[in-house]
Design a protein around this ligand. Structure first.
Ligand code: FMN
Length: 324
């Protein structure tokens, strides 16, 4: 049995996670039904995984509904892209129409999560990008400043500037006991997550995934016993009651990512497998596409407006004042 209680050697790639889904039939060149024993074993394992993985409430996780698919047809690409890009675009346009020239509107009341209204929260913002003057870091700074302006407290983990060590060691794989505790930097990060009401994670998509620095943060800090526990093949997230926002950046246009299935992989592996399955309520996954070197100041400022809007939409206390 491995760390999440599954037998070793099982194929838990995205396509195998959909044993009863049509996508399995299209995964790779050979339909699973014709792959022989290993394909069937993978499909059975996937079904077992789907059945056993449960959220904190005991309900099956959304993982079962999030699928890795083969490339989509154009109609579906447009539908998916619109469902991702439109709300932000609309919010931004609405805001511009309301207050030309102003950075924020009068008291904002369009927070999507009423339970946040009126309650200052503790935020932890975790960002990974090696260049201090990158677009990614600029987004993180703008977002964190907006949280503070809204009346929240925030702490930012700029993983590169902190010189966070992303390498999980063999020692850290040993169970935590009275004689052996987690590494000091991991314990501090876990305390900060424990103390936070909301976690916001910001990174560029590198090879359609998070930078190794961020992955190492997840590997080491989201450890068994802190972020999840697993018994008899049942995995349970331990960070429920906390909210999360995910902000990602890509060089490629979103339609291209959606069409290739890459976007779906991001949603399965990053939104769901990392954040939702550890118990977070993912309030929003905000994505900035076509971010290439030397984007114009106009586009950059539009992006900063969108990230400020994201903070307001999800965490408005309903009492902030307008600023010029
Ligand atoms: C190592 C590396 C891998 C990348 N992989 C992808 C990718 O898979 N898909 C994509 O759209 N962009 C990819 N990019 C482009 C970055 O996502 C994009 O340049 C970056 O997010 C822009 O933000 P920045 O100015 O803060 O770096 C990659 C960039 C690097 C450096």
């Amino acid at each position: 049995m491995n760390r999440v209680g599954l037998r070793p050697g099982l194929d838990l790639r995205g396509d195998a996670l959909n044993a009863s889904d049509r996508s399995v039939l299209h995964a790779g060149r050979t339909p699973v039904a014709r792959r022989g024993f290993s394909g069937v074993a993978a499909a059975l394992a996937a079904e077992r995984f789907r059945c056993h993985e449960q959220g904190p409430s005991g309900r099956p996780l959304a993982l079962a509904g999030a699928r890795c698919r083969p490339p989509l047809d154009d109609v579906e690409v447009v539908r998916v892209v619109n469902s991702i890009a439109r709300p932000h675009q609309r919010d931004y346009e609405t805001e511009q129409a309301r207050r030309p020239g102003a950075r924020t509107t009068r008291a904002t009341t369009h927070g999507t999560h009423g339970k946040n209204r009126g309650i200052p929260l503790k935020h932890l913002v975790v960002v990974a990008h090696p260049a201090a003057h990158s677009f990614t870091l600029a987004l993180a700074r703008t977002y964190a400043a907006e949280l503070e302006r809204l009346g929240h407290s925030q702490r930012t983990y700029d993983l590169y500037r902190m010189e966070f060590n992303p390498v999980l060691t063999a020692q850290e794989l040993l169970p935590v006991t009275v004689d052996h505790s987690a590494s000091p930097d991991v314990l501090i990060a876990q305390d900060d997550i424990r103390a936070a009401d909301a976690l916001s994670v910001i990174y560029p998509l590198w090879w359609m995934s998070m930078p190794a620095m961020m992955k190492g943060f997840v590997d080491r800090v989201f450890a068994r016993g802190f972020a999840y526990e697993a018994h008899d093949g049942i995995v349970r997230g331990l960070l429920s009651g906390k909210q999360a926002v995910l902000i990602t950046i890509s060089g490629a246009p979103l339609p291209q990512l959606v069409k290739s299935g890459g976007w779906n992989a991001v949603q399965v592996l990053q939104d769901t497998h990392v954040l939702r399955s550890t118990g977070f309520e993912l309030l929003e996954h905000l994505h900035f596409d076509e971010i290439v070197p030397n984007i114009s100041n106009v586009v950059a400022e539009q992006c900063m407006a969108r990230v400020r809007d994201c903070a307001r939409k999800n965490f408005s206390l309903g009492r902030e004042v307008a600023t010029k």
